[in-house]
Design a protein around this ligand. Structure first.
Ligand SMILES: Cc1ncc(COP(=O)(O)O)c(C=O)c1O
Length: 441
């Protein structure tokens, strides 16, 4: 069979992820440049980045220090084997990451993405329980409306039906807490909603059902991002922590989007004053410039593995690109930028202004809820009858046409800009959105 002749700019071969491929290819939206708070589109327009790429470019785009560090590292050493070998920047970065955490969250295992971090964390939790003589603890608990990436562990504990139903039964022995979204009580809450802390007691119910001796770990996002910014009810995470303590359950917090200043603190663990046993991170660690993720474990988790003969591998897990030199160089420079430019503090200082701006959309056509925390906000729209997700997608398309990048999930518009933004950018984001919502009436 003769291969079809293709022009170099043929859009067909690329099967795009989480994308309406046919819609996109009929009317492409290509980004060709990025600097600071803006992208440049292929037709030469400036697009204000309301989403930090995909919740990752927290330092803004094209920062010269990060760019320079990546370039220098590529020239100095491209790659070093990740198994039984090391390179200095991987150790330096682990110490820098550990220093961002409270307590003894101080052991860092590298991955290349949020999904890999999640599956790594689940594996560490299972292996930890076995290592401490609790090998019957094989059950993993997730939560409805949770997003933990797309690998089999992540979709099993995750709670998004369309991410699960096409892919078989997933891991066995998984159960879910109910989600914490209570619009009838909490709609238009500013920050942490008032009602729902008792939903953490679902974990007690699952303990009663399955017995604690079968449960290894529970994993939750501190703020559920991908299913539309579900901010935890006041006291919820502390209550979950207490139940984990009571029953010897490893608590994993998935900080892939909440990490690196998004909530105005380095991590959500600080914001909510809760110390999980394991944290997953990715995205903001390199400000999205080079793929990287990590799992941060507490001392007792790491120590449990450090037994047996000295020459023996303690954890049979890792990736060829764990702690890749380019990613480490990018991450070290990114952490310098966060610190040197006070970006977490900027996020914190701007949060009240951001909150007011987001809630100023209340009362506009089709707006049924607004939620926010730190530099994150969601505007939930009433779906068009019989056509879920269409209304928000149309707002997304129109916003792009007039120079604003949004993200939508179902009929929820989610915003999570780079942390280097100013009040002027906030005015621009919500001003544009207000105009669009009025026009969509
Ligand atoms: C909470 C959470 N966990 C995991 C992931 C997966 O990360 P990645 O797309 O880098 O695999 C995401 C991605 O958005 C996320 O929001």
């Amino acid at each position: 069979m003769t291969a079809a002749v293709r022009v170099p700019n043929d859009l067909e071969p690329f099967w795009m992820p989480f994308t309406a491929n046919r819609q996109f290819k009929s009317r492409p939206r290509l980004l060709v440049g990025a600097k600071g708070m803006n992208y440049t589109s292929h037709d030469g327009r400036q697009i204000l980045d309301g989403t930090a790429g995909l919740w990752c470019c927290n330092a803004g785009h094209g920062h010269p220090k990060i760019v320079g560090a990546i370039q220098a590292q590529a020239a100095e050493m491209d790659y070093a084997p990740a198994f039984q070998m090391g390179h200095p920047k991987a150790f330096e970065l682990a110490a820098r990451i550990a220093a961002l955490f409270p307590g003894d969250l101080n052991r860092v295992f590298y991955t290349n993405s949020g999904s890999e971090s999640v599956d790594t964390a689940l594996k560490i939790a299972l292996a930890y329980q076995r290592t401490i003589g609790q090998g019957t603890r094989t059950r993993l608990i997730g939560r409805e409306r949770g997003y933990h990436g797309v690998n089999f562990g992540g979709i099993s504990v995750g709670g998004i039906p369309s991410n699960r139903k096409f892919f078989g039964t997933g891991l066995g022995g998984v159960d879910h807490l109910r989600h914490t979204h209570l619009p009838e009580k909490n709609a238009f809450s500013r920050g942490e909603p008032r009602y729902g802390a008792e939903l953490a007691d679902d974990l007690e119910r699952l303990v009663a059902l399955h017995d604690a001796s079968t449960i290894a770990a529970v994993i939750v996002e501190p703020v559920a991002g991908s299913t539309g910014v579900l901010v935890p009810p006041q006291g919820y995470l502390k209550r979950l922590r207490a139940i984990c303590d009571r029953h010897g359950i490893v608590m994993i917090m998935d900080e892939v989007i909440t990490g690196f200043g998004r909530l105005g603190t380095a991590f959500a663990v600080e914001k909510f004053d809760v110390l999980p046993d394991i944290v997953t991170l990715a995205k903001g660690v390199t400000s999205g410039t080079v793929p990287m993720g990590a799992v941060v474990a507490r001392q007792h988790i790491y120590d449990a593995f450090m037994t047996g003969p000295d020459h023996a591998i303690e954890l049979f897990h890792g990736y060829t690109y764990s702690g890749h030199p380019l990613a480490c160089a990018a991450a070290l420079a990114t952490l310098d930028v966060y610190q040197g430019e006070g970006l977490f503090q900027n996020a914190s200082a701007l949060s009240p202004y951001w909150e007011d701006a987001a809630h100023s959309l209340k009362g506009l056509p089709h707006v049924v809820d607004i939620r926010n925390l730190g530099l994150v906000a969601a505007i939930e729209l009433e779906p068009i009858a019989g056509q879920p997700a269409k209304r928000a997608f149309e707002v997304f398309l129109r916003a792009y046409d007039i120079g604003l990048l949004l993200r939508t999930t179902g009929d929820i518009i989610a915003l999570s800009p780079p942390l280097c933004l100013t009040k002027t950018h906030i005015d621009q984001i919500f001003g544009t959105l207000a105009d669009l919502l009025k026009a969509a009436a």
